[in-house]
Design a protein around this ligand. Structure first.
Ligand SMILES: [Ca+2]
Ligand SMILES: [Ca+2]
Length: 177
């Protein structure tokens, strides 16, 4: 496992702990889902249902595979190796990546404009300078758009245990503000 990969998923863990109790639990996913849906105002019902399903699967996969003692919470030490295991978590993150990227494209032209990207990623809790750096790293076109496929692939890469120097590392980088 690369250090960069561990840092990426530790950041996700801290953001997904939406109720701030230091562990990931079912309530966190309810809070996170609602925050993202509030940012996805222009998306249709199918796209909203898809992200609800994807967040729910993300949680149920963690709970089913990791919560052996049944206390309903996941620690960062449980979370880190599991979500960085493509065999065990890859299908779940692929569905999540597709559903989240689709929210960035409510008009379904395959392209995502920067303002909506920033809104969705801010809803998850990433820092705005880092979000802009990520969007820039994805190589936006002359009209400042990236493709849905680029973002979906970027989300999957974010969870790749052996990848470093990828656009997703921009989310972890410390920046002066
Ligand atoms: Ca929590
Ligand atoms: Ca679009």
């Amino acid at each position: 496992m690369r250090t960069e990969a561990a840092q990426r998923v530790e950041l996700v863990f801290s953001l997904f702990d939406a109720n701030g109790n230091g562990v990931i639990d079912s309530e966190d996913f309810d809070l996170m889902t609602n925050r993202v849906l509030e940012a996805a105002v222009a998306s249709d019902g199918d796209a909203k249902a898809a992200i609800r399903t994807a967040f729910r699967r993300y949680w149920t996969t963690l709970a089913t595979e990791l919560d052996a003692n049944g206390d309903g919470v996941i620690s960062v030490d449980e979370f880190r190796p599991f979500v960085l295991d493509p065999e065990r978590f890859g299908p779940t993150i692929a569905e999540f990546a597709d559903a989240l990227a689709a929210l960035g494209d409510p008009d379904k032209d395959g392209l995502i404009e920067r303002p909506l990207f920033v809104s969705l990623m801010t809803a998850i809790g990433f820092e705005e300078p880092n979000i802009h750096a990520l969007f820039d790293a994805f190589g936006p076109d002359a009209e400042d758009r990236i493709t849905v496929a680029t973002w979906a692939a970027g989300i999957e890469d974010y969870y790749a245990p052996d990848m470093a120097g990828i656009p997703g590392d921009q989310l972890v980088a410390a920046r002066a503000v």
